[in-house]
Design a protein around this ligand. Structure first.
Ligand code: TRH
Length: 363
């Protein structure tokens, strides 16, 4: 069976927020469902997976859901044998005893470091690079998701866009436009709320719990729901991951953040505004620019300026209100553009398929 690479272990350490586990959970269940792989997902904080996948019990060290074996990755890490493919998500560092077992395996596992998504050219250049271990006789490969055929692609289930269109056909857009708000507490949420209040347009804004809701509460006071101008602003619960997709499909405009919700907003093909995960020395702004260069390339000059202005305003806090009004005025254009953009991205193999093919080629 070694050649088929049936067994996969995915290791995930939750740094903060939900992105690390969101990416790993999607990958694990897709490998099981679409590629017939037997996947173990080792997670240090099952509590972070539970809101995305309410079927699991965060108190149980071992369980199965959606065809994936989910195991707590604790300090007293124990396992039977290493898998044929080992995914170390976001350089989380494999347990030492597991590494030793990999080195002792008669056929060496395919060892992948799954990296964060970046639109920067260097990420594409480093995709697939080999890094031999200094002493264990193992080779680790760097796998970079991305936006072009030279990258590891984006997370996308087979039939996702068809399922989106089918669902939207059965659930027509509501009369009152809706916005979803998922962001960090550094986002200029107050400026956005002021802009919504002053726009004179009726809108419903769904606010995710945690940092987004805290930012809204800090600006409007209390726990809501709030009415500000003709905008109704209301808290929503943290949704199971597939329900969150449907929220993105349904809303007229989505504010997303980090990595995974950002990718899913692109499959939703609705206008979206991305808050990138903030890093020291503002290095994240270079990543944001790299994305905008790709995403805006086929827009006309005027719309490029509008989209760039909105994304930069949301990430820097400058000029939010005027950027927002211009963005909303062109929202039909951005809907059309994002439909084409999603189709273009879908022509690149998805990350799970790309990983399966990459690892098969390494045997
Ligand atoms: O939570 P995040 O800020 O995660 C971040 C980023 O991944 C960042 O790159 C990483 O360095 C950091 O974590 C540690 O944003 P992200 O990536 O969008 O992940 C959120 C996940 O939560 C995503 O899988 C979607 C999911 N989600 C739901 O399932 N239901 C919800 O209601 C919401 C709001 C999100």
């Amino acid at each position: 069976m070694a050649a088929m690479q049936l067994h996969w272990d995915i290791f995930c350490r939750v740094i903060d927020n939900y992105g690390d586990i969101g990416v790993c959970w999607r990958l694990a269940r897709q490998l099981a469902a679409e590629h017939g792989r037997r996947v173990r997902l080792w997670v240090d904080r099952l509590e972070s997976l539970q809101p995305l996948c309410p079927a699991i019990d965060a108190g149980q060290d071992k369980q199965s859901s959606q065809g994936v074996d989910i195991c707590r990755w604790s300090d007293s890490f124990a396992f039977d044998r290493p898998a044929e493919v080992v995914i170390e998500a976001f350089a989380c560092e494999l347990p030492a005893n597991y590494l030793q077992a990999m080195a002792a395996s008669p056929s060496k596992p395919c060892w992948i470091n799954l990296e964060y998504l970046s639109a920067e050219a260097w990420a594409e250049d480093c995709h697939g690079m080999a890094s031999p271990h200094p002493s264990l006789g193992l080779t680790k490969y760097f796998f970079f998701p991305g936006f072009s055929p030279g990258s590891g692609g984006l997370s996308r289930e087979a039939g996702l866009l068809g399922e989106r269109d089918r669902w939207l056909g059965e659930n027509p857009a509501p009369n009152c436009p809706e916005i979803s708000l998922f962001c960090y507490d550094t986002a200029p949420v107050g400026n956005l709320l002021d802009a919504l209040a002053r726009s004179g347009q009726a809108v419903i804004c769904h606010v995710a719990p945690g940092k987004p809701l805290a930012a809204v509460s800090a600006h409007l006071g209390g726990k809501g729901p709030w009415q500000t101008g003709r905008a109704r602003v209301q808290a929503i619960p943290f949704l199971p991951i597939d329900d969150y997709d449907r929220l993105l499909w349904r809303c007229a405009i989505n504010f997303v953040r980090g990595e995974d919700s950002f990718v899913r907003a692109q499959w939703a093909a609705k206008p979206f505004v991305w808050q990138i995960y903030p890093q020291d020395d503002e290095v994240h702004l270079a990543k944001l620019e790299a994305f905008l260069d790709r995403y805006c390339a086929s827009m006309d000059g005027a719309r490029q300026a509008v989209a760039r202005r909105m994304f930069m305003a949301w990430n820097t806090g400058r000029d939010v209100e005027s950027a927002w009004h211009a963005f909303v005025a062109d929202s039909e254009y951005f809907s059309r553009h994002n439909g084409n953009w999603a189709n273009q991205l879908a022509s690149v193999p998805d990350t799970a398929s790309a990983l399966v093919n990459f690892c098969a080629a390494k045997v």
